[in-house]
Design a binder for this molecule. Structure first.
Ligand code: ZN
Ligand code: ZN
Ligand code: FE
Length: 764
């Protein structure tokens, strides 16, 4: 009788292209097991045979020591009769990778590769495309599944004998590393002038470093697209980049060589350190130390700086050039998608950059840098893209059909589902230009292709004018479900948190098309995936001038001051009055409903208060006024801030009155209170008022779970205040962490709502 046991183990998750099979190979041999491992359609299959004790140790190692990029989502074990098979093999299949194989996102340079990169004795010394099974490009170089070199943009680079030997050696850390390359066989750099003329240099990196030191602007082709790069310590160069990009004020992201350098400029706690150093390498928003930014023009007027650490070997080499940090901003004009191709860059970035550092490994998927911040001890996604896409999000219940959700209009992302797995695309951006629409369409096709998901149902926003809606309704080959914007926010939050039970949603954002045709944006909803009830909303005011009121916060100040004071609003002795030269005219338009849609938007309320406090009357980028209001409030010590006294009728169903709060604010201003203090009192009063309303909804419905979603919660001061108040009151508070609180989460919410509504229409 053989004491040996044999098992077949099926492992699902991100287990391909991450060094999983060599890991299994090593582990099996260490445990004295024989058998084999191979990739299959749904992940990895292995059979192991040996002493029961060896099998047990193997499972322990599987749980404990799996490769850093692997993510196991399921594991089934089946007992088989022992076969007496000798040795352990990696079976290399060319089998079609249908169904549910998951592809890894792009991952930053690992420590082993960094060591080789900086080792003068290594054959890849200073080679800017070094990578291994634990690091390097993935999502951005994939053309099709299965994830094998011929299906990536590395297909153009046949392996040299040395690289090929590594690639085929199961004991090598580059075994089946699809992007494996070296200076002999792999991609290479070229340094050119902005007009495309090549520069004579033996070492493009060293020459690029010299040019950057001279204050030149360099377009650098990276992992998911081009960056525009300048020396962050050179304020003149930073200002020149602003001038050319036509970007006067919006903060630039900065890359520093290491955490110690970031610490010189910013306050970093353990969570921030982790956020910076994790292999996904996002931009992390960090509180700046007073007057300590590398250059004043990097983030004028902002108390936060966006820092990231190098994530490609090329970044490491550039930063080794002795810069305090490098500005690394997206290679684009204003809000267009980033450039990814060499020709495209020469065309689009030629007027922005002095030089270009190009390479010849094609970028197949455009992918911006991700942005996170830490709040209440957790990482909060602000822009989800490189390093995260296409890591799936697991839904609390499986969708019945494969669903494509087309998302919102601004900060668009799209989503695809297959059963209980949802894939959110990278940040696509604002769909207001043809280039962004092309990116949107390409992403829908490409994501479907590499995930092998054929959509059976389309979910889209209720807003008939969103370009994402129009695209969806043009697809008349598939059934479609329209989803209300704030319902999608609530559903996304629930799905992200694995919740299906009815939840109260405090949804605060800039705008979304309401079920009644008005512009919603300050909503307390009660509902689940299938339905929602609008329990309460911010008092509505007209937006004088429509979309112009978004760009010109003084218009919202006018609307709110009129709600508070009637026509006397024009005579108030406060600075914003100077903007009201057309006040009478706008009043008449508002009365007649001409170009003055009603809104319950919380974002517009923040804008109005920023303008009333004379902080910002016109904006250069989205949410600028609200951000400056937050910054002004943040500077005030907490103990000095008292909320205004809440009115007795608070907490009722229906509109939440706010004109009284505007009177308090304007009154405070007239008596000479500093704007920062008033801003802080506004923040905490609104937090208190909305908390009371949520608690009233909780009492009325018996629901103790409340979720916070919408772009307003990217206001850290306000978010922490609301969270603290609700938790102190004993509520179970759901917050976003994996997904942005802004409209980047909408597509996910649309999928789960559409799933339930579609089943209902079919009578299930
Ligand atoms: Zn590596
Ligand atoms: Zn090679
Ligand atoms: Fe929204």
């Amino acid at each position: 009788m053989s004491p040996f046991k044999r098992e077949r183990v099926r492992i699902r998750g991100i287990v391909q292209g991450v060094g999983f099979r060599p890991f299994v190979h090593r582990t099996a041999r260490n445990c004295g097991l024989c058998g084999f491992v191979r990739n299959d359609a749904s992940g990895v299959i292995l059979e192991i045979e040996g002493e029961p004790d060896g099998l047990q140790r193997f499972h322990g190692a599987l749980a404990r020591d799996a490769p850093p990029l692997a993510r196991i989502t399921g594991c089934e074990i089946e007992e088989l009769p022992a076969t007496g098979e000798p040795g352990f093999r990696i079976v290399v299949t060319d089998q079609d990778g249908t169904a549910t194989t998951l592809i890894s996102p792009d991952i930053s340079l690992c420590d082993d590769c960094r060591r080789e990169l900086l080792d003068p004795g290594d054959r890849r010394y200073r080679y800017p495309f070094i990578n291994c099974t634990n690091c390097g490009p993935r999502y951005t170089i994939v053309r099709a599944m299965p994830y094998d070199r011929p299906n990536t943009s590395m297909a153009a680079f046949p392996l040299c004998p040395d690289c090929s030997a590594e690639y085929h050696d199961p004991d090598h850390r580059r075994f089946h590393a699809q992007p494996n390359a070296c200076p002999v066989c792999g991609p290479s750099l070229a340094l050119v002038a902005a007009d495309g003329g090549g520069l004579r240099t033996d070492d493009p990196v060293a020459s690029a470093v010299e040019l950057l030191r001279e204050g030149r602007i360099m377009a650098v082709r990276g992992l998911g697209g081009f960056h525009l790069v300048v020396d962050a310590g050179n304020d003149e160069a930073v200002r020149e980049l602003r001038r050319r990009k036509g970007r006067a004020e919006k903060p630039f992201a900065v890359m520093a060589p290491n955490t110690e350098t970031v610490e010189r400029y910013c306050e970093i706690g353990p969570e921030e350190r982790h956020a910076l150093e994790q292999p996904t390498r996002p931009i992390v928003l960090l509180k700046a130390r007073a007057g300590a930014g590398p250059a004043p023009s990097i983030a004028p007027g902002n108390r936060y700086l966006g820092f990231m650490l190098p994530y490609t070997p090329l970044h490491e080499l550039l930063l080794a050039g002795g810069f305090p940090a490098l500005v690394m901003t997206s290679g684009n004009l204003s809000e267009e998608p980033i450039a990814i191709g060499n020709g495209e860059a020469l065309e689009r970035l030629g007027t922005l950059a002095d030089y270009m550092l190009l390479h010849d490994r094609e970028i197949l998927q455009r992918c911006d840098d991700s942005i996170v911040r830490v709040a209440a001890g957790k990482e909060r996604m602000i822009r989800r893209a490189r390093g995260y896409t296409p890591t799936p999000i697991f839904l609390p219940s499986p969708t019945d059909h494969n669903i494509l959700a087309t998302g919102a209009e601004l900060k668009n992302t799209i989503a695809l589902t297959r059963k209980d797995t949802a894939f959110l695309s990278q940040h696509i951006g604002d769909l207001d230009n043809p280039a962004a629409m092309a990116f949107f369409e390409h992403t829908i096709g490409h994501l479907g292709q590499i995930l092998r998901i054929e959509p059976e149902l389309i979910a889209h926003d209720l807003h008939p004018e969103y370009l994402s809606t129009k695209w969806a309704t043009s697809r008349d080959d598939l059934p479609r479900i329209a989803v209300q914007h704030h319902h999608a926010h609530l559903a996304a939050l629930m799905a992200e948190n694995g919740v299906v039970a009815p939840t109260i949603g405090l949804i605060l954002d800039g705008a979304g098309y309401g079920s009644d045709g008005t512009v919603w944006g300050g909503e307390i909803l009660v509902g689940d995936f299938g339905r929602f009830d609008r329990y309460a909303w911010l008092e509505t005011v007209p937006m004088p001038g429509g979309a112009a009121a978004i760009r010109q916060p003084w218009r919202m100040a006018l609307a709110w001051l009129r709600a508070a004071y009637g026509d006397q609003a024009l005579k108030l002795p406060i600075p914003v009055r100077d903007r009201f030269t057309d006040g009478e005219l706008l009043f008449r338009s508002m009365d007649r409903g001409i170009n003055s849609p009603l809104t319950s938007s919380c974002g517009r309320l923040f804008d109005a208060v920023a303008a009333i406090l004379n902080l910002r009357h016109e904006i250069a980028f989205e949410a600028q006024a609200a951000i400056e209001l937050e910054m002004a409030a943040t500077d005030v010590p907490r103990e000095r801030v008292q909320p205004y006294e809440l009115p007795p009728q608070r907490g009722r169903r229906g509109p939440v009155p706010l004109a009284w709060l505007i009177r308090e604010i304007a009154g405070d201003l007239k008596t000479g209170s500093p704007p920062g203090l008033i801003a802080a009192r506004f923040h905490t009063t609104l937090a208190a008022l909305l908390t009371e309303t949520v608690l009233a909804a909780a009492r009325a419905t018996g629901i103790a779970a409340v979720g916070l979603s919408g772009g307003v919660f990217q206001n850290r001061l306000f978010f922490l205040d609301v969270l603290d108040r609700l938790e102190s009151a004993g509520m179970n508070v759901l917050t976003h962490s994996l997904l942005p609180a802004g409209d980047g989460c909408i597509a996910l919410g649309q999928t789960v709502v559409a799933d339930v509504q579609w089943r209902r229409t079919k009578g299930e």
